[in-house]
Design a protein around this ligand. Structure first.
Ligand code: M6R
Length: 369
């Protein structure tokens, strides 16, 4: 069943190019326009949406954080991302013009389900992005956009995460197309970039030998930090979550810009820090800001493990290790940058002799509040 892999998680990491490709499949017409006719929410309602609230837990919430950057950029609609259990127990400002997007691999997470009910009681429309057919959350939502990652067995989410991010891109592009924020050829151009991602994810997997080696050497590590900016920030948080849940190592993800507001005090000689570097071809000074963050922590003795785009030579002088990933548009890059972090956590936990697929204290779907 594991197809020759040591764990389901390792297999599911390798399934990721398919998970993304299958989630994209069949969602465009012959003219290349997006058709999400499964999203049974009236087009007039979607045109009138003035706010999107993403509700989810854990890894699914990090997919929501990535979605925020993409949807706000493409659609100019404000997007909030909230942990479902926090949303549920405050008095959220949502109404008929709010689109609530509930993201869940299992479709059974009780916290997310309760938040869906709460949102609908306030009159919001709820669109579920779910991987498991026939599960409860889609049944209780106004519409569902399925991710096609296939069954995910390992407790740690990997391929569902990439499929969730992909589905939110489709949603964002669909809304942009519907509301006229983007011309059809602009949407088609992003879709073409998106269709190129499965091959690039495959390349990251093919190159993962070095990150596996480093992970095995680091089996005794006590703490690892993860830094990122922009879409690299949720990637950093996801990298930290994977390491906590699989390897029981203290790990934290930070927005790189926060360093000088506190976390830099944690840096002492030898502290391993993963840094997710944005594309140097991307926006403004984003890249150079992250490079100076690497310099700052390196100067204080951090061991810098850098994830950067092919051709980015600027990071080399300050990196103890660089894991290069193929070039991609900034907003789509999380689909690549997170893969070495998944591999790192999986390999390190395996090296520690831990049960990668069934980490202690965790369940695959959390059906209690
Ligand atoms: O099934 P869901 O996507 O609703 O689950 C949400 C979280 O419980 C889940 O992502 C959890 O954080 C994973 N163990 C992360 O690897």
């Amino acid at each position: 069943e594991k197809g020759g892999f040591a764990s389901f998680m390792d297999k599911e990491i390798h399934d990721q190019p398919h998970a993304v490709a299958d989630t994209l499949l069949g969602r465009t017409d012959v003219r290349g326009q997006l058709v999400l006719d499964e999203v049974r929410i009236d087009e007039s309602v979607l045109r009138a949406v003035d706010k999107i609230v993403v509700i989810a837990c854990g890894t699914a919430a990090y997919a929501g954080h990535v979605a925020k950057y993409a949807i706000e950029h493409w659609c100019r609609i404000p997007v909030e991302v909230e942990l479902a259990h926090e949303f549920r127990y405050r008095d959220p400002v949502v109404d008929e013009q709010t689109l609530v997007v509930a993201i869940s691999q299992s479709g059974e997470t009780m916290d997310t389900l309760m938040a869906v009910r709460h949102a609908r009681e306030q009159g919001a429309k709820v669109l579920a992005i779910v991987n498991t057919h026939g599960s409860t959350i889609p049944r209780e939502s106004d519409a569902v956009l399925y991710t096609h990652a296939g069954p995910e067995i390992a407790v740690a989410s990997t391929k569902a995460f990439l499929a969730q991010i992909t589905a939110t891109y489709l949603l964002g592009l669909y809304l942009a197309q519907l509301r006229g924020n983007k011309f059809p050829d602009e949407v088609a151009a992003v879709l073409a970039e998106l269709r190129a991602m499965p091959d690039k994810i495959q390349q990251v997997i093919d190159r993962s030998g070095r990150v596996r080696e480093i992970a095995r050497w680091m089996a005794d590590t006590q703490s690892v930090l993860f830094l990122g900016r922009h879409v690299g920030f949720p990637v950093a948080m996801e990298g930290a979550l994977k390491l906590k849940e699989l390897a029981y190592i203290h790990a934290e993800g930070f927005a790189a810009g926060e360093l000088k507001h506190g976390p830099i005090a944690l840096i002492e000689p030898g502290q391993p820090v993963f840094v997710v570097v944005p594309s140097p071809r991307g926006r403004d000074s984003l890249h150079s800001k992250v490079v100076s963050n690497i310099q700052e922590i390196r100067a204080r003795g951090a061991r810098t493990l850098v994830i950067a785009e092919d051709g980015d030579e600027a990071v080399r002088p300050f990196a103890d290790e660089v894991f290069y990933v193929p070039q991609a548009p900034t907003l789509l890059a999380p689909l690549l940058a997170v893969v070495p972090l998944q591999v790192f956590a999986c390999e390190l936990a395996t090296a520690k002799g831990l049960d990668v697929d069934q980490p202690r204290n965790l369940a695959k779907s959390v059906t209690v509040e």
